[in-house]
Design a protein around this ligand. Structure first.
Ligand SMILES: Cc1cn([C@H]2C[C@H](O)[C@@H](COP(=O)(O)OP(=O)(O)O[C@H]3O[C@@H](C)C(=O)[C@@H](O)[C@H]3O)O2)c(=O)[nH]c1=O
Length: 184
């Protein structure tokens, strides 16, 4: 696998290498040693999977507070998404900035997001299956949302606000200015 840094400190794009033959292809999708060589040493403890029926479904932006802050390694098993990470580290020179990456089942590319970011995605096709590893267990008490369409974030979502399919939780999420300090 090839692992490349992205614009915001700590984010990585992971590109699996596919070995193709008459049957199809084979690829390694997770290697602790390759990730560690690229500076990713999180201990992933939980695997998550979600399925979204409709294109224009937005999940996020989500994060968990310490001591349950999560690094995430995100990939798409079916369909395609625009995957977004927002820097919430107060001491970061890129606080409030985001990276948006297309992830799809075809390339199998993965986005590594360290703790300290909010994460969300918008589905670009029907029937999207998204899988991701997280480095801390789910904790409902520490789970937080940030408004996906906060104009201050300036995220170029591929769906209009009135057309997005959202959970009630995400529809009611606070904007960045109302969050207060969440990560050092
Ligand atoms: C995230 C999560 C949810 N749940 C439960 C809570 C709830 O009843 C149901 C659906 O939860 P949500 O609405 O939060 O699911 P969803 O909106 O898909 O939440 C996920 O969004 C993406 C963008 C992330 O980055 C994830 O960390 C996670 O926050 O699943 C768990 O049991 N374990 C978990 O780890």
């Amino acid at each position: 696998m090839k692992i490349e840094p992205l614009d915001l400190q700590g984010l990585r794009l992971v590109r699996p290498v596919a070995f193709r033959d008459d049957r199809g292809w084979f690829a390694e999708t997770f290697r602790r040693d390759s990730l560690a060589a690229a500076g990713v040493t999180d201990d992933f403890v939980q695997d998550n999977q979600s399925f979204s029926v409709h294109p224009g479904t937005v999940r996020g932006l989500h994060f968990q507070l310490a001591p349950f802050a999560q690094a995430k390694l995100v990939r798409v098993l079916a369909g395609a998404i625009l995957d977004v990470a927002v820097d919430l580290r107060r001491s970061s020179p890129t606080f409030g900035r985001h990276v948006a990456v297309r992830l799809d089942a075809e390339t199998g590319e993965q986005l590594y997001i360290p703790a300290g970011f909010a994460h969300g995605f918008c589905t670009l096709e029907p029937n999207c299956m998204v899988a991701y590893k997280v480095s801390a267990y789910y904790s409902r008490e520490h789970d937080r949302s940030l408004a996906w369409d906060d104009p201050e974030l300036g995220i170029p979502w591929p769906v209009a606000a009135d057309a997005a399919v959202l959970s009630d939780k995400d529809r009611a999420a606070p904007r960045l200015a109302a969050l207060g300090p969440v990560f050092e």
